[in-house]
Structure formats: structure tokens, C-alpha cells
Ligand binder design. Sequence first.
Ligand SMILES: [Zn+2]
Ligand SMILES: [Zn+2]
Length: 261
Amino acid sequence: MLVDSHCHIDFPELVGDFAGLLSRARDAGVGHLLCVSVNLSDFPAMLALAGRSERISASVGVHPNTALEDGEEPSVETLADLAANRKVVAIGETGLDYYRDDCDPDIQRERFTRHIRAALHVGKPLIIHTRSAAQDTIDVMREQDARTVGGVMHCFAEDWATAKAALDEGFYISFSGIVTFKSAGALREVARKVPMDRILVETDSPYLAPVPLRGKTNEPAYVRHTAECLAKLRQVELGYLSDRTTENFFRLFDSAIRPTS
Ligand SMILES: [Zn+2]
Ligand SMILES: [Zn+2]
């Protein structure tokens, strides 16, 4: 069984076909999905959607690129309160993204810090997004003692030094469809080196559909293509890679409910 450790099935591109995408995921061997929050205004609807299946868990958080005017700025208390829901297995996605300028870097760092504090408060792991901000991301993780709760560097596309620094903080590394892209040779080298007990797979759907579906709307079933790419890269069977990454997922997100069938 595979797990899609990071998807946005509440986004407009996917929400209309909830039953279809769940059944296609199941057919592809994807037994569980983690639906990730990007702002507080859409959180109640996202949580309600996750509540429709035991095979879906949720996170709570505000994406680093969510603009200040796009909803409530999360306090430690608000995040901790919302994270008390039994469906919520993680805090995020949070982190730093200096590639886009929707949100000032100082505000991003403060927001990231509050997410880490909330995670420490409730004892749930972090889902971290980092883009064009690797050193600052690692610095904030260290300063705030993120390793106490741990978490995942999602949709990883940074270099080995960054992967190593995150691994040293006890974090997992999650690979998305990016690792299948023709141009991603350097990232595949990183993926070859991450210890097998620290790898997760994800779609980040509706974005970043893997090869051979690149350009299409991505969905949880397609995580299988990313897993196949990683299995080939590491010269292991797909079943082995699936089992190991699924074990990793349920070890990290230990309040997620493991399906029995
Ligand atoms: Zn992200
Ligand atoms: Zn995401």
C-alpha cells in the first residue's frame, strides 16, 4: 500500500470529483491521503471533506505564501486549538518561500515560528515547505527546536546539504512528481542518498503531475508514478518501496489511522 503524504483535494481542480479520485487512488494501491491546509478560511470545509473518509487525514496551517489579506493570521493558540481535532495529524504546511513575493519574509519567519510553537504545544509533527529559502528554513527549525516534534520537508527539491541538515534534525524527506522530471537529475541523486527509513512520497496535487502525466491535473492515484521512479532509482521492488514509505508515514504521523484492508 502507498500513502499520498501531501495533497490538496479540497482545491477547486479536484473537489468536484471526490468519489472518483478516492476510487482511482484505491485502484492504484494508494490507501491513505494526507490533505494539507494552506489557510484558515478554507480549513473548516477541508476538514469536513477529510471527515468523509477514514482514509483521509488532515493538517492545519497557513502556507508561507498566503497573503496577509487572505484570511486570519494564525496565533499559536488558534493553531493548537484546531489541531486538537482527531482528524488533524500534523501542523502545516508552514515554512519559508522567498521564490514568490506574496508575503514578506519577516512575516513568513514569524508565522513559521508560531507554527513550530503550536506543534511543540500539541506534540504533532510539522509539514515544512521550503523554496529559495533553505538556510533560513533550517535556521528557524534549529532555533525553535523543531526536532522535538519532527516532521517532513515536503515536495523536496533542494540540494543534498539541505537534505542532510533536515535529516540531522530528525526530519523526513518527501518526494513529489518533480523527481520524475527529465531535468531533475540532481534531485534524483539526492533521492538516492536519503536513508530508506526517512523517505515519504506525495503528489502535492493538483500540481506537479509526475512523468508520464506531466501537465495533467495531478491527483493522489498518481503518487504511484513517483514511487515507481524512486524504486527504480534505488534498485528495489515497487512493493518494497511502497511498504517502507507507508511505514515511515504512519511512524511520523502517528495519530493517522492505518487502514485495515
Ligand atoms: Zn508546499
Ligand atoms: Zn502543498
